[in-house]
Design a protein around this ligand. Structure first.
Ligand code: UDP
Ligand code: MG
Length: 309
């Protein structure tokens, strides 16, 4: 008998745990027919609304339900990493507990593994039910990433992915502290089948991602999977040198031919403001990379477990 572990990061999801468990179990018959046993691994990411109690209830009633509980909220990335590390089964799937990753896709996803794929990923084809401004920035982010990163990062890709042990181990081998799973998935490669589905709205509760959190996360994605912004300073620097050179020639010639008196300190102020602005901007970019490197060098643990079963 092989095992499929359903890894499920939960942060304040008290009302979603039980319905999610029931929904996944609807596939039980399919999987036992294939000789695959289902196992649950809930990762309680420092919830403070009784989510852990809900999970414990399930765990005491069903021995297939396991859990990890973090010492505080470490974020979904850390929860997914911990889940993969503790799953120890032949197959693993990462799913949101809010039913936005439809469990009824599991049999179809599994059939592709049987066909010889190493992993099956999902992407939503639309962003129905999402604020338009959020969708706009998300599109812009993926557009920029496509241009500046060599790692394939797919627009609308979910973290919902069924994979073999081999792929899970590959993901675990990327032990970086600043984690950006969408990029990590692309980076490890392997034979991946993409499934598409219409966006589903979250079952209960609210999204944990504010606009600000998403913005910070997108910077994470850029610094983790592209060094292109670092070239901006060099590029703009070279451009300004060229421009300055042309101006010098222009001013010398004008002086020689027309003997023009000195004028134009307003334009000088503009130029100083502009160049110093660009300099600060570039220093800021450098700072971003330095900050990420600083955190990486510290080698802090990605998560800390307080309780497990
Ligand atoms: N989540 C988590 N830790 C966090 C934030 C979210 O484990 O700090 C979990 C959350 O419980 C859910 C999944 O990650 O199972 C996706 O979160 P959410 O639905 O808020 O994100 P969205 O679907 O809106 O992108
Ligand atoms: Mg969600």
């Amino acid at each position: 008998m092989k095992t499929l572990t359903v890894i499920c990061p939960c942060y304040n999801e008290k009302d979603n745990v039980e319905p999610f468990y029931q929904e996944v179990l609807k596939n039980e018959e399919f999987f036992s027919g294939k000789g695959v046993e289902l196992k649950f691994l809930f990762v309680d990411d420092g919830s403070h609304d009784g989510t852990l109690d809900e999970i414990k209830k399930l765990s005491s009633a069903d021995k297939r339900v396991h859990y990890l509980s973090f010492s505080r909220n470490f974020g979904k990335e850390a929860a997914m990493y911990a889940g993969l590390e503790h799953a120890g089964s032949e197959f693993v799937v990462i799913m949101d507990v809010d039913l936005q990753d439809p469990p009824h896709l599991l049999p179809e996803m599994f059939s592709y593994l049987e066909e010889g794929y190493d992993s099956v990923s999902t992407r939503r084809v639309n962003r129905k039910g999402e604020p338009p401004i959020r969708s706009f920035f998300a599109r812009m982010f993926y557009g920029i990433m496509k241009k500046i990163s060599r790692t394939e990062i797919v627009d609308g890709a979910r973290d919902y992915r069924l994979m073999t042990r081999q792929v899970a181990d590959a993901i675990l081998s990327m032990g970086e502290y600043n984690r950006f799973t969408k990029g990590i998935y692309g980076w490890v490669g392997f034979k991946t089948k993409w499934l598409e589905y219409e966006n589903v709205e979250r079952a209960k509760g609210e999204t944990k991602w504010s606009f600000w959190k998403l913005l910070v996360y997108s910077i994470e994605g850029i610094t983790a999977f592209s060094t292109a912004p670092l070239s901006i300073a060099a590029f703009v620097g070279a451009l300004f040198c060229l421009l300055a050179f042309a101006m010098i020639i222009f001013i010398i010639v004008r002086k020689l031919i027309f003997d023009d008196p000195v004028s134009g300190w307003p334009s000088l102020v503009c130029i100083i403001l502009m160049t110093s602005g660009v300099q600060f901007f570039c220093t800021g970019i450098l700072g971003q990379y330095l900050a990420k490197t600083y955190l990486e060098v510290k080698r802090r643990p990605i998560y800390l477990i307080r309780e497990e079963a």
